[in-house]
Design a protein around this ligand. Structure first.
Ligand code: ADP
Ligand code: MG
Length: 346
């Protein structure tokens, strides 16, 4: 009798083991798709044993990004941000909880950077029109006038989710942080669907989900700011983290041999000019990384590095016009320069 039980137990164990093994050896395959939203090229890649499920996850992710864009784009009058802007100086506008959350997150970075990052930058962004058909160098008067309207302290809240801009013509623009939020939301969707390995790339806002399928870290290339998109000057090893870059090569126009790019210094009203041409943040939350990369770009090397070193679990790579590369202290082991014309400064 005992022998029989033992025999059946062993048999059952073998069957279970075989099932588990067949399950495990089912090959992971990559499913990838891309589209254009949030003013940029988006690419999502997931590794999955079920191709259809992978494709469905990507589809839901793109739908979620569209939803975020429809709420938070400053370029759409009918978006929640568009409505706040249209009613500036007039009335409170009721918006969704997530829009309030992102405005508040943006204000947090405005406070942390003493206004170098400012979600009320909209009037200046619109005036310069960089990346649109209206791009031009504004007059001094126009800049002076717009500067009066850039002040995150004039964003007012009422109740749980009503927002008002205290002066007419003020505009909120979440372009410096919304892509990071979208990337975090996509990461959440993928985790919920049981995806263990993915790369979320929203126009250079990268999130690595898990490790690579072979168990090693991802290698994320850092764009060479002097070369076409896809040329890398260095590589960083990461997993379960985000790598977000703000650069002067993303959107700009040239006039009289000068580059006018899309990151505006709220103190001067002109594109930030302090020697930095790219700032990359490596951390856990892509919303934070996005807010911080734009912040560091405006703050400059010294203040920017000081801020990053004061934050826990946040690292950065700053590249200046003269091809110097500044890295935060926690990064040394994980970052490698692959183009020797760039020099590490410490
Ligand atoms: P990208 O959009 O290229 O990823 P950023 O994350 O740095 O780059 O965001 C730049 C965008 O942020 C601009 O297009 C504009 O919408 C907005 N912006 C520009 N200057 C500032 C600023 N000083 N503070 C907050 N947002 C800004
Ligand atoms: Mg940003």
């Amino acid at each position: 009798m005992k022998n029989k039980i033992l025999k059946y137990s062993i048999l059952a164990a073998i069957i279970i083991l075989t099932i588990v093994q067949v399950g495990c050896t089912k090959e992971l395959q990559m499913v990838s798709d891309s589209t254009y939203m949030l003013g940029t090229y988006l690419q999502l890649s997931v590794w999955t044993t079920n191709k259809q499920e992978g494709m469905d996850t990507i589809k839901s992710s793109f739908e979620r990004i569209k939803e975020i864009e429809d709420k938070m784009s400053a370029n759409l009058d009918e978006s929640e941000i568009g409505q706040i802007n249209l009613n500036a100086g007039k009335t409170y506008v009721e918006v969704s909880e997530e829009t309030v959350d992102i405005i508040e997150r943006a204000i947090h970075y405005a406070e942390l950077t003493n206004g170098a990052f400012d979600p009320a930058i909209g009037k200046l962004v619109k005036l310069w029109g960089i990346g649109t058909e209206n791009e031009r160098i504004p007059t001094q008067d126009e800049i002076q006038n717009a500067l009066q309207l850039v002040d995150y302290q004039k964003i007012e809240f009422q109740g749980d989710n009503k927002v008002k801009l205290s002066e007419a013509d003020m505009r909120i623009d979440l372009g410096g942080i919304a892509k990071g939020y979208a990337a975090d939301e996509v990461t959440k969707i993928m985790k919920n669907k049981g995806i263990k390995h993915a790369i979320i790339n929203l126009g250079g806002n990268v999130v690595t989900l898990g490790k690579k399928a072979d168990g090693t870290s991802w290698k994320v290339g850092i764009q060479d700011p002097f070369e076409p998109t896809g040329t890398h000057m260095g590589v960083i090893e990461v997993y379960d983290q985000t790598v977000v870059t703000s650069g002067n090569y993303e959107r700009y126009f040239m006039a009289d041999d000068k580059r006018y790019h899309h990151i505006i210094d709220p103190k001067t009203g002109y594109p930030a000019e302090n020697g930095i041409i790219s700032a990359t943040i490596i951390t856990n939350s892509s919303t934070d990384a996005d807010g911080l990369s734009t912040s560091i770009y405006v703050l400059g090397v010294e203040k920017g590095m000081q801020l990053i070193e004061s934050l826990e679990n946040v690292e950065c790579i700053i590249i200046t016009e003269d091809k110097k590369v500044y890295t935060s202290t926690g990064l040394t082991e994980r970052f490698q320069i692959i183009d020797s014309s760039f020099q590490i400064e410490n």
